[in-house]
Design a protein around this ligand. Structure first.
Ligand code: ADP
Length: 547
């Protein structure tokens, strides 16, 4: 029997209509390259998004066309999110911090027809344009007064384009499985791969992510998404905030600037923010150095890499801010699991709660998790068994753009049972809290036992003289591999190998203790700011443990 309910398609434009009708006065505050503090409301934003949709039609962009963006978190980028997807085109966000040859590859692979570019990123495209034959025009995200003198061909000014258009536009209705946005993984090996989101996956992800025990998106909140809109849609904040009516504060190019972030949080009374651990370390150091505060901030979500314990402790003790650690990937939109308190936790000590915050959190409805052994057999959730983490659900990728989806091929990330292999190794405890111990390819296997590199790194960065640390496995004649710790000292600090080892003694099991500690001036990172262990292993290829 068929149900008798409306078969309304889940459309990104419906979020915009909802925000326009229900929260017309909610503010969006942005820092941009041409304005240190731009303010407008959801009503203005909805009008401008419709103007932009008309401008896209006038440019000749068609249903299904890829429209590239190279931009920071601000209101114009948000308008692109809604106008491009809302009119049936694909909003292809590109990370301006990637290597130029990767940006070049990604734009050509996606066959972007037009690129909307931030003022600060114009030089990158000037250098690349000769290699981008399919791009028909470049639109600089600024007004006439700030238009740069540029060699970009067929260049247009964003505000001039919008200014010529009507704010009336009827958002089209179409199949909710239509592509809405694209984001390429950074690809430490091989070329970046294009993840393609749909209207349906985007709405379900934003809905799932808004639940009270996830990020609790709310009309009462003022949210500062620091995680970039070019990296997995700023973890869904641009959609969840408009669904809920949260005031948005957008840091523009200032996302790694402790002073600017503190000022934004204080002056706009930000209550919730999201970002990767390095951003928070930078902000915490700035606050410690200056004695400044962030009293309005209540919660921060942290993900993208394991959150060091010291970030959780410093936020709690110095600023009374709760850290909500989440795990996810570009292919999971990105929300996979997230920390939440459960009843009964009131009886735990602060240390015990921090232990749980250091884990990667619990499953969110909409995304199923499991851990499996080498033969793809499911392992128990006993907090002891380690295995490859696999996931499935309506916001998980089933393939990559332009790649064969034949089972077993590179473009097909899904196994024969329909599960996506995350490439992470994890353990899950009986309460459902998951803990990532490594990337599959970074696992240290010593004498047949797995040693968690993340556990060693987290313990090492809690040393007051250590700024950053990486643990990798190196050849050992008896144990095949043993952990080697590579540490970067904080500016002006001194510490020796023996001091670090004795500091780690009561923090790690004997088996996880690194056999040696070496110091480097800096560690290699990927374009998304993650430790590049592949490159580190290459650098240390000839390394041998002291006898
Ligand atoms: P990339 O483009 O570098 O692949 P992703 O954001 O897709 O960027 O990276 C996803 C990976 O980041 C995960 O598979 C996992 O290894 C790591 N990661 C994300 N969040 C966490 C976390 N909270 N703790 C540990 N690792 C994490």
């Amino acid at each position: 029997m068929q149900a008798l309910m409306m078969n309304s398609q889940l459309m990104i434009s419906s979020i915009l209509r909802h925000a326009d009708r229900n929260f017309p006065d909610t503010e969006i505050v942005s820092v941009t390259a041409d304005n240190p503090r731009h303010r407008h409301t959801y009503k203005d934003f909805a009008n401008r998004s419709r103007q932009l949709a008309n401008a896209l039609v006038k440019l000749g962009a068609k249903f299904g066309d890829r429209i590239g963006t190279l931009a920071w978190n601000d209101y114009r980028h948000l308008e692109l999110y809604y106008a491009v997807s809302g009119s049936g085109m694909v909003c292809h966000t590109i990370n301006p911090k990637l290597f130029p040859e990767q940006v070049n590859y990604i734009i050509n692979h996606a066959e972007d027809r037009f690129i909307f570019v931030d003022l600060l990123v114009v030089p990158l495209l000037e250098a690349l344009q000769a290699h981008l034959p399919k791009v028909e025009g470049y639109i600089v995200l600024t007004d006439e007064a700030h238009m740069p003198d540029t060699s970009l061909k067929n260049v247009m000014c964003y505000e001039t384009l919008l200014g010529e258009e009507s704010s009336e536009f009827e958002w089209p209705e179409f199949d909710e499985n239509t592509a809405s946005a694209m984001c390429y993984t950074s690809g430490t090996t091989g070329n970046p791969k294009g993840v393609v989101y749909s209207h349906r996956s985007t709405l379900l992800h934003a809905w799932g992510g808004s639940m009270p025990d996830v990020v609790a998106a709310s009309y009462k909140e003022t949210t500062l998404p620091i995680v970039p809109m070019f990296h997995v849609n700023a973890w869904g904040a641009p959609y969840a905030s408009l669904m809920a009516g949260s005031k948005m504060v957008m840091p523009g190019p200032k996302m790694a600037d402790g002073e600017a972030l503190q000022h934004l949080i204080e002056s706009e009374q930000v209550t919730f923010s999201s970002g990767v651990p390095t951003i928070w370390l930078g902000l915490l150091d700035y606050l410690q150095k200056t004695g400044k505060n962030i009293p309005s901030l209540k919660r921060v979500s942290v993900g993208g890499a394991a959150c060091p314990r010291t970030v959780i402790e410093r936020f709690k003790h110095a600023h009374d801010v709760e850290v909500i650690q989440g795990w996810g990937m570009t292919e999971t939109s990105p929300l996979g699991s997230i920390f939440c308190r459960k009843s009964g936790m009131e009886d735990l000590s602060e240390e015990e709660i921090i232990d749980i915050q250091c884990m990667q959190g619990r499953g969110v409805f909409g995304l199923e998790m499991r851990i499996v052994d080498e033969n793809n057999n499911e392992l128990p959730w006993d907090g002891v068994a380690f295995g490859a983490l696999k996931v499935r659900g309506p916001w998980v990728s089933s393939g990559y753009y332009g790649m064969s989806q034949e089972p077993g091929s590179q473009g097909c990330p899904v196994d024969e049972k329909g599960w996506f292999d995350t490439g992470d190794v994890a353990t899950i405890n009986p309460q459902g809290y998951m803990q990532i111990t490594d990337r599959t390819k970074d696992v240290i296997k010593s004498g047949g036992e797995w040693v968690s590199s993340i556990e060693i790194e987290n313990a090492a960065v809690s040393h007051p003289a250590i700024a950053e640390a990486a643990a990798i496995g190196r050849y050992h004649p008896k144990w095949t591999e043993r952990p080697l710790l590579i540490a970067v000292k904080k500016a002006g600090e001194q510490v020796t190998t023996e001091e670090v080892k004795s500091f780690l003694k009561d923090k790690l099991h004997k088996w996880s203790m690194p056999d040696d500690v070496v110091f480097m001036d800096e560690l290699p990172h990927t374009a998304t700011g993650k430790l590049n262990k592949l490159s580190l292993r290459k650098t240390l290829e000839g390394y041998e443990f002291p006898n």
